[in-house]
Design a protein around this ligand. Structure first.
Ligand SMILES: [Zn+2]
Length: 292
C-alpha cells in the first residue's frame, strides 16, 4: 500500500473512531445508492464489474448492522416529498441482469432482509447473448432467465429497466432511444406481470445521459432514473438523475464512500473533510474504471 493510501485509510479510521463521521453524516443528509454488476468467485479478481461472494456477504452484513438500508422506491418517495433521509441511508441496485445476481446475491440479500432493485436488459434475458464488453473475458457471464427474474420479483425485490439492447443512449437516434426505453418496460412488465417504475441508464456516464432521452424515460412512465458516474443523493436531488456509487477494490474503501468520507465523482476522487460544499484538493487513490 502506498503512502497516500496509508494516510487515507488512517485518516478514515481516526475520523470513524472519534465519531466525527457519525456526527457529520447526521448533518449531511446524503443517501448512497450502491451499484453492483456481478457477484461471483469465477474470475480473476479484481475485476471492475465483479464483487467476490464473501466480500458481498460481509458488506451486506455491515450495511444491515451499521447503516439504514431502504428500497429504491422508499428513497424516491423521500425525494418526491422533499423529506430528509435518515443518517447512513443506503439503497442497493444491480445492473445488466447477470445470473449470479439470482444465484449469489439474492440469497445473501434475503439472509439480511435487505431490499434491492435489479435493472435488467430485456433483450438479453433468457438468451445466450453476450455483452460486447464480456466477449474477451476469460470466463463466461450467463444472464438470468425470465423465470429467475420472476422469482426475484416474487421474493420481493424490485425489477427495473435497463433498455432492450444495452445501447449507448448518449448517441442513439431519438426513435431508437424510444424503442429501447419503452420496449424494455413493456417486455419486463409482460414477463414479470407487474408495473415497473425504475430505469437505469446503460453506460451511466454523464455524457450518456441526454435531456431528450430523459423526456422519453418520463413519457414511458418510469418514475426515476439512475446514473452511474458517482455522487450522492440528497433531498433536493432530481429523481431522473439519481447518482449512484459503485464498488471499490476493498470493503474499507466502500465504507469510506458509504460514510461520505470520500466520493468518487465523474472520474475523480474527493475527500470530504468538512461538509459537502467544501471544495478540497482532489486525491487520486487508484479508482477502478466503472461501466457499463
Ligand atoms: Zn449496464
Amino acid at each position: 500500500m502506498n503512502i497516500k493510501r496509508q494516510v487515507l485509510f488512517g485518516g478514515y479510521r481516526l475520523a470513524k473512531t472519534v465519531g466525527f463521521l457519525r456526527l457529520r453524516n447526521r448533518a449531511l443528509n446524503y443517501a448512497n445508492i450502491l451499484c453492483f454488476h456481478r457477484v461471483n468467485n469465477n474470475e480473476p479478481h479484481p475485476d471492475p464489474l465483479t464483487v467476490r461472494v464473501d466480500v458481498f456477504d460481509r458488506l451486506m452484513q455491515i450495511v444491515r448492522r451499521e447503516y439504514h438500508p431502504i428500497s429504491l422506491q422508499s428513497l424516491i418517495e423521500r425525494v418526491k416529498k422533499g423529506e430528509p433521509f435518515e443518517p447512513n441511508t443506503v439503497a442497493i441496485t444491480f445492473d445488466d441482469g447477470y445470473k449470479d445476481n439470482f444465484l449469489n446475491a439474492a440469497p445473501i440479500l434475503k439472509k439480511y432482509a435487505l431490499p434491492a432493485t435489479f435493472f435488467v436488459t430485456s433483450g438479453y434475458i433468457d438468451t445466450e447473448r453476450v455483452f460486447p464488453w464480456d466477449e474477451e473475458t476469460p470466463v463466461k457471464h450467463p444472464l438470468m432467465t425470465w423465470d429467475e427474474v420472476r422469482e426475484l420479483a416474487r421474493m420481493g425485490f424490485e425489477i427495473g429497466g435497463h433498455t432492450v439492447n444495452h445501447i449507448d443512449l448518449g448517441t442513439a437516434s431519438i426513435e431508437t432511444a424510444r424503442e429501447e426505453v419503452a420496449g424494455c418496460k413493456e417486455k419486463i412488465e409482460k414477463e414479470v406481470g407487474q408495473r415497473i417504475n425504475a430505469f437505469a441508464f446503460p453506460f451511466g456516464r454523464a455524457d450518456a445521459i441526454r435531456d431528450d432521452v430523459l423526456d422519453i424515460v418520463r413519457a414511458a412512465g418510469f418514475d426515476c432514473c439512475c446514473s452511474d458516474y458517482g455522487g450522492k443523493v440528497t433531498t433536493g436531488s432530481d429523481r431522473y438523475n439519481l447518482e449512484r456509487v459503485s464498488m471499490y477494490p476493498t470493503i474499507t474503501e466502500m465504507l469510506m464512500e458509504l460514510d461520505n468520507f470520500m466520493t468518487y465523482y465523474k472520474g475523480t476522487m474527493k475527500i470530504n473533510f468538512l461538509t459537502s460544499k467544501t471544495a478540497l484538493p482532489q486525491v487520486s487513490v487508484g479508482m477502478m474504471p466503472r461501466e457499463p
